[in-house]
Design a protein around this ligand. Structure first.
Ligand code: GDP
Ligand code: MG
Length: 163
């Protein structure tokens, strides 16, 4: 069975952009509207010679009820529980938000390995957000640009180490 990697994080940080890059899907379900990916998507991911399963999620929202946010949160929890490795993505240009910190608290108690991906780090716009991401307490964040394909070598090493 292939290693399964789940990408989680609040809406609009770039999860689907990374999923599309790793699966070779060019256009599906990337949108400027937060929360556009309503359902979990799973596909075959690849970086160079490395093959794995990859799961895209709708985005973490904090809600206890049956609202859309509540359903999105539960399907994120299900994705984490089924994963061998979790990429928690933040938007380094936006910095660490209270919602990011809240879910990092939850992830620290989950028994699945987690790597924080600081996305949108192309150019210099993500530097402050990247250093903030150390405060999430989930190890060294990895700067990437899902849109520009930067940092894929680091993702290769992280996934490779778990196989
Ligand atoms: P999701 O809601 O987390 O799945 O986020 P999406 O993948 O739908 O992307 C949300 C927005 O962020 C879109 O406008 C993307 O084009 C943009 N985006 C994604 N990755 C990057 C990146 O590496 N750099 C920049 N500057 N924008 C990005
Ligand atoms: Mg999405």
């Amino acid at each position: 069975m292939a290693l399964k990697v789940a990408i989680i994080g609040r809406p609009n940080v770039g999860k689907s952009t990374l999923f599309n890059r790793l699966t070779g899907t060019k256009h599906a379900l990337v949108d400027d509207t937060p929360g556009v990916t309503r359902d979990r998507r799973e596909g075959d991911g690849r970086i160079a010679d490395l093959n794995f399963r990859i799961v895209d999620t709708a985005g973490l929202e904090d809600a206890q009820d049956d609202s859309l946010e509540g359903r999105m949160r539960r399907q994120t929890e299900a994705a984490v529980q089924q994963a061998d490795l979790v990429f928690m993505m933040i938007d380094a240009r936006a910095g660490v938000t209270p919602l990011d910190a809240h879910f990092a608290d939850w992830l620290r108690r989950v028994k699945v390995p987690v790597t924080v991906l600081a996305n949108k780090c192309e150019g210099r716009g993500g530097i402050a957000g990247l250093s903030e991401a150390y405060k999430l307490g989930l190890g060294d964040p990895v700067p990437i640009s899902a849109e520009h394909g930067e940092g894929m070598g680091e993702l290769y090493d992280i996934i490779r180490a778990r196989i």
